[in-house]
Design a binder for this molecule. Structure first.
Ligand SMILES: CC(C)(COP(=O)(O)OP(=O)(O)OC[C@H]1O[C@@H](n2cnc3c(N)ncnc32)[C@H](O)[C@@H]1OP(=O)(O)O)[C@@H](O)C(=O)NCCC(=O)NCCS
Length: 373
């Protein structure tokens, strides 16, 4: 639940990532598989995009299911119970339904009974937008524990006969738990931008209130993702690079202060062009697009999980993230990775367990007192 309070006399708490998790569906679709369906080759796809394979959902699987799986891992890593979450946000443009939001379904699946629930619609930039919202919720005191999941089932909105788009995308989910902390670090700064005038470069025309899906709809293409690849490419590179520079400048940092750049995994050539424009060492740029393709909003948290698993992120490291997507939307976030979080009001695991039991007892007794940091 979210509740605000005023008259804070102490510095706003940091918003620290304390848990992370990801999930991709087991079914793998390789470039070779696509060769048998459309006029393309593995060599063309690898050379122009860097992608070798992607994961796609099976019938009956959708965004909220993947999101909940990633969320459970993140929550377990954070060492909290789902009903301690104050907010559940899902960054997605491919929710299971128009109503309810994907966040409502995730809340039900993980049992986050006391959380505010809402989706964030910023296409591939959704995770970066979500980090900004999470930081705001924590800094204002409205929430102490936030779950941010980014999950997409793009494969359902692809025209599988259009070789210029279907080779690019994949499905998946990534999640982080963000907690209020008295320690330093966490989400330091974010830059969010958008430009609706360029919306036709990447869009799904139908399915919304202007053109709702109707059973006898003749032109199914209206409900499929359409894209001007070259236009997107041209816009994405300078936009992401500029957002990175802006967030670093706002934090008083230089590129040399950054340990790892995790860019949205849209196309290897875009990633390399952003890196070149920034002048960052190639070894500091995280890339996993070859195995997942473009998973839209989910690409950064999936990459973050892999970077942590590979030991490429250590406490105190500064991670720069940047994304660009339909809308158009783009942005960057600077995160200082934490070791063990110093959670607000927490003295250790034993104290935390007592806290949890006391809260449960209060709830059982009908207490409705708001949480405050
Ligand atoms: C889509 C993209 C890979 C196309 O690469 P490109 O180098 O711009 O290629 P072009 O569009 O100029 O096409 C070159 C040729 O390859 C062909 N082609 C396109 N897709 C192909 C495929 N999958 N296999 C083989 N040939 C393909 C085109 O038809 C064209 O043929 P032609 O010269 O005979 O007309 C690239 O523009 C891109 O990645 N853009 C950004 C897209 C993106 O990231 N979107 C998501 C943002 S969040």
């Amino acid at each position: 639940m979210l509740s605000t309070y005023t008259a804070r006399s102490v510095a706003a708490p940091s918003a620290v990532i304390t848990g992370w998790g990801s999930y991709v569906p087991p079914r793998v679709l390789s470039n070779r598989d696509l060769e048998s369906r459309i006029d393309t080759t593995d060599a063309w796809i690898v050379e122009r995009t860097g992608i070798r394979e992607r994961h796609v959902v099976e019938d009956g699987e959708a965004t909220s299911g993947m999101a909940a799986k990633a969320a459970r891992v993140a929550i377990e890593r954070a060492g909290i119970a789902a009903d301690e979450l104050d907010a559940v946000m899902v960054a997605t443009t491919t929710a299971d339904h128009l109503v309810p939001t994907a966040a409502c379904l995730v809340q039900e699946q993980i049992g986050a009974r006391h959380a505010a629930v809402f989706d964030i619609g910023a296409a591939c930039a959704g995770f970066v937008y979500g980090l900004a919202v999470a930081k705001g919720l924590v800094a204002s005191g409205a929430a102490r524990r936030v779950l941010l999941v980014a999950a997409e089932t793009i494969s359902r909105f692809i025209d599988w006969t259009d070789r210029s788009t279907c080779v690019l995308f994949g499905d998946g989910a990534g999640a982080v738990v963000i907690e209020a902390s008295e320690g330093r670090g966490g989400i330091r700064g974010t830059v969010l931008r958008g430009d609706g005038t360029k919306r036709h470069a990447l869009w799904v025309e139908g399915g919304g209130s202007l053109m709702a899906r109707i059973p006898d709809a003749k032109d199914g293409q209206m409900f499929r993702l359409r894209m001007d690849g070259q236009e997107v490419f041209k816009l994405a590179v300078p936009s992401m690079a500029r957002a990175c520079e802006e967030v670093l400048a706002a934090e008083g940092l230089r590129l040399s202060d950054v340990t790892l750049l995790i860019p949205h995994q849209a196309n290897l050539r875009i990633i390399e062009a952003v890196g070149k424009r920034l002048g960052i060492d190639r070894a500091k740029v995280f890339v996993n697009i070859e195995r997942y393709g473009n998973t839209s909003a989910a690409s950064i948290p999936i990459a973050l999980c892999e970077a942590v698993e590979q030991g490429r992120v250590r406490p105190g490291d500064r991670i720069l993230m940047c994304a660009f997507g339909g809308g158009m939307t783009w942005g960057a976030a600077l995160v200082e990775w934490s070791g063990a979080p110093v959670a607000v009001g927490r003295k250790g695991i034993a104290a935390r367990a007592r806290d949890l039991l006391a809260r449960r007892a209060r709830r059982a007794g009908g207490s409705t007192s708001p949480r405050a940091t």
